[in-house]
Design a binder for this molecule. Sequence first.
Ligand code: FAD
Ligand code: UDP
Length: 381
Amino acid sequence: MEKIIVVGAGLSGATIARKFADGGADVSVIDKRETVGGNVYDYVDKNGITVQSYGPHIFHTKDKQVFEFLSKYTEWVKYEHKVKAKISGKLVPVPFNLTSLFELYPKEAAERIKKVLIDEVGYGEKVSILKLKGHPSEEVRKFADFVYKNVFYKYTKKQWGLKPEDLGEQVMNRVPVYVSEEDRYFTDEYQYMPKDGFTSLVKNILAHPHITLKLGKDAIQNITFKDGKIYYKNKLFEGTMIYTGCVDELFSYKYGSLPYRSLTFVFKTKRRSSYQDAAVVNYTTNKRYTRISEFSKFTCNPQKNTVIVKEYPKPYYGGEAIPYYPIPLAKNYELYAKYEAEAKKYKNLYLLGRLANYKYMNMDIAVKNAIDLYEKILEED
Ligand code: FAD
Ligand code: UDP
């Protein structure tokens, strides 16, 4: 098999590198960071707490194949994520559920709304706020307006600089309203944290004699394109290149910059074993930050001190900011399509991952797409 170059040592890059290496190919994995794992990078700090440098990451999936693939490289700790939102001075479950309803409405009104929701939507249903807002029942719509105002509107404006309806179902469906007492953030079958952290998981995926890892190297410096061919370090590259970085950067922003949302993470160590009553508290009606995460609650491992992180959203203009969230608007997808078409001109170049595919994707989908792309490339050979 020919040589493989994988740009990016995040979950996407690591997964496809491992698949190629297991298949007998020699793989170079290059990352401009000094660490592996991309945005899932974590480390144990001086308090003995696993801190995630790029924000709260919780693994969850319905996909058995993905779970079994990752299980080869880590043991797991069972963890079911629960989130609360601070609304009217109370901490209530998010996704908004029947418990949240009873916390925030007078009992009689809550009973009435509960009945309407069960009759009109169905007990146990999960429904997006946008669907609820357009529901034929006036009572359901009134309730939806309350939830929209208290849970979604301000948080979404802070996070994206956009309204929920501008983002549409794809994003708003991530956090539906639950017509039940279900209080888990995710309802997927497999919900775990890697026992020794995500960095250790990714290191184990990359630990293969056929994988050479080069950290602290910006691959783009060495890539040039000419007449439908890729050159690496000025030599014609006829192997397979998998690219998991920003595609506009790869092609020197020739069609313009793809917009992203970025975040500033502000970490604090507190001299107490617990800071808040949930692993994550969302600030849905006030504050400049969107949420506070408390890391020891993810690993169910309290220490003498506790570490929290606040997330302040901001636009991404390159430079110091890190592109975290592709912005799912039609005009951005149109721009992305131009870069995708540009990439297709090079038959040995493949785009993969949250950045290169310009998709809001969870970890399990990143792994799944990497496995699928590997299989597709094998079929092409
Ligand atoms: P990345 O992790 O971004 O990796 C890309 C890598 O490519 C980076 O290491 C980068 O340095 C490298 N790179 C880029 N350009 C170059 C270059 N020119 N040269 C060399 N290297 C380069 N998912 C979940 O399932 N659960 C969660 O709870 C969750 N929480 C999240 C919270 C936040 C705040 C964010 C932003 C994302 C969250 N995600 C979560 C999504 C998860 O982070 C992604 O699905 C996953 O990290 C995608 O992996 P990736 O390899 O595609 O991208
Ligand atoms: N959201 C919201 N209020 C909340 C939680 C989520 O408005 O309390 C919206 C917001 O637009 C957010 C999206 O739902 O960006 C997806 O939330 P999720 O928690 O999945 O975001 P992530 O963890 O990927 O940042």
